[in-house]
Design a protein around this ligand. Structure first.
Ligand code: GDP
Ligand code: CA
Length: 337
């Protein structure tokens, strides 16, 4: 079974680790002396709209959260960054007065950004750089192929108004420095109109048996991926059922500020509103038991109520299993026009 998933950072990564736990160890690499692993069983299309250049280094927070979580080196408590991290290098940068000082980068994590920036500087495309980084953490051996949504630079910016008229800032500044406390008027994906899907992205959607939308932020994670020209059309055209998991439980995001993102679209933080954003491509939708009667749901979408809180890996694996059950029920789907 070929599974393709769209994913942001922490919510997507925890769900997809549960999916791998549910699927069990890969039969994909029976002979460790054979450097060629079997083809991927899971292709992850990661959001790169959160990417940012800091201290001259290219940082890809969502791709790295996916890579560290699936590779088993994530800081569990935080949900992002490396376990066992220290902060000596950034303390030195701060002592020099280097900016910004609001984005935390640990020493081990910084090595990822140094190597990424070096490879990008040598002219390798981001998809190749991502594959090289992911290889170190064993993703190919797990049967996972991690793809950036695009090789073209796309950055999510946020337009706010603190009283002096509209002001655009990088998404990370709004999310991390301002903690989304200043209302967003709108989001702009800078570079999107000229962007193309990364190599392999459209094929992974067309050739999938199942497409999953994990409980990632519907606006700045999944919404940005869906904005890559051609991607939405591919999701409508595939014969794989598209099954999603609500990131909103009982009328609130489980973590983060998805409510503040939805408010910029004049939408309430409900499982129903999120489903509406995917209405043209969605076949199955998992909502929490607390939201079972909190429709309306889009036409043609089969809704199932399950416990959606990923309290631990077991709960995440059960949730992933429930998405596959629903996908099997709905396969093959008739492509959407
Ligand atoms: P980010 O890029 O790190 O913000 O992560 P994502 O975009 O992948 O995911 C953020 C979303 O995950 C938030 O909107 C959360 O509500 C959602 N989320 C986090 N933990 C859980 C959980 O246990 N269950 C569900 N259903 N959603 C979750
Ligand atoms: Ca993110």
């Amino acid at each position: 079974m070929q599974i393709t998933a769209l994913a942001g950072g922490v919510g997507g990564a925890r769900f997809l680790r549960g999916l791998l736990d549910h699927l069990g160890p890969t039969a994909g690499h029976p002979d460790p002396s054979d450097p060629q692993p079997s083809p991927a069983r899971l292709t992850v299309i990661g959001n790169t709209g959160d990417d940012i250049t800091l201290y001259g280094l290219r940082v890809c927070p969502d791709l790295d959260t996916l890579m560290y979580t699936l590779g088993g080196v994530i800081d569990e408590g935080q949900g992002w960054g490396r376990a066992g991290e220290s902060r000596r290098l950034q303390d030195e940068l701060v002592a020099y007065g280097a900016q910004p000082q609001w984005f935390t980068l640990g020493d081990l994590d910084l090595a990822t950004h140094v190597v990424r920036s070096q490879w990008l500087g040598q002219g390798l495309p981001p998809s190749e750089v991502t594959a090289r980084l992911a290889a170190r953490w064993g993703l190919p051996d797990l049967g996972v192929r991690l793809l950036p949504m695009s090789d073209d630079p796309i950055e999510t910016h946020v337009v706010v108004d603190e009283g002096d008229g509209p002001l655009a800032m990088h998404f990370q500044e709004w999310w991390v420095r301002l903690r989304a406390a200043v209302p967003a008027q709108r989001f702009v994906a800078v570079g999107m109109d000229r962007a193309r899907p990364a190599p392999g992205v459209l094929e992974a959607i067309a050739e999938a048996d199942v497409v999953l939308l994990p409980p990632s932020n519907p606006v700045v994670s999944i919404g940005v991926i869906l904005g890559v020209p051609g991607l939405r059309e591919a999701l409508r055209a595939t014969s794989a059922p598209v099954v999603g998991v609500s990131p909103v439980v009982n009328g609130a995001p489980v973590r983060g500020y998805a409510d503040a993102c939805l408010a910029a679209l004049d939408l309430p933080a409900t499982a129903s509103a999120v489903a509406g954003l995917y209405a043209d491509l969605l076949d199955g939708w998992l909502v929490d038991e607390a939201d079972a009667s909190a429709g309306p749901w889009p036409d043609q979408v089969q809704v199932r109520a399950r416990p959606l809180l990923m309290r631990d890996r077991t709960a995440a694996a059960e949730l992933a299993g429930a998405t596959l059950d629903l996908a099997r029920e709905l396969a093959p789907r008739r492509p959407r026009s």
